[in-house]
Design a protein. Structure first.
Length: 58
C-alpha cells in the first residue's frame, strides 16, 4: 500500500527542478539581479546574427 501511494505521488505530482529553485532564489537577491542584467546586456550584442550569415567570410 505504501509503495502504491508513493508511486502515484511520484507520477502525478510535479517534480521540482533544483536549477529552477536556485534561479528563483537568486532572482530575489539584488546583486544577482544586477549581474544577470549585465550579462544579458553584454551578451545581446554577441547574439545578433543576420539572416545571411556566412561563416566562411570571416
Amino acid at each position: 500500500l505504501f509503495f502504491t501511494c508513493f508511486f502515484l505521488f511520484a507520477k502525478f505530482l510535479p517534480v521540482i527542478n533544483m536549477a529552477e529553485v536556485k534561479t528563483v532564489l537568486n532572482s530575489t537577491d539584488e546583486n544577482a539581479r544586477k549581474k544577470a542584467i549585465e550579462k544579458i546586456k553584454a551578451g545581446a550584442d554577441s547574439m545578433k546574427v543576420s539572416a545571411n550569415y556566412n561563416k566562411k567570410a570571416e
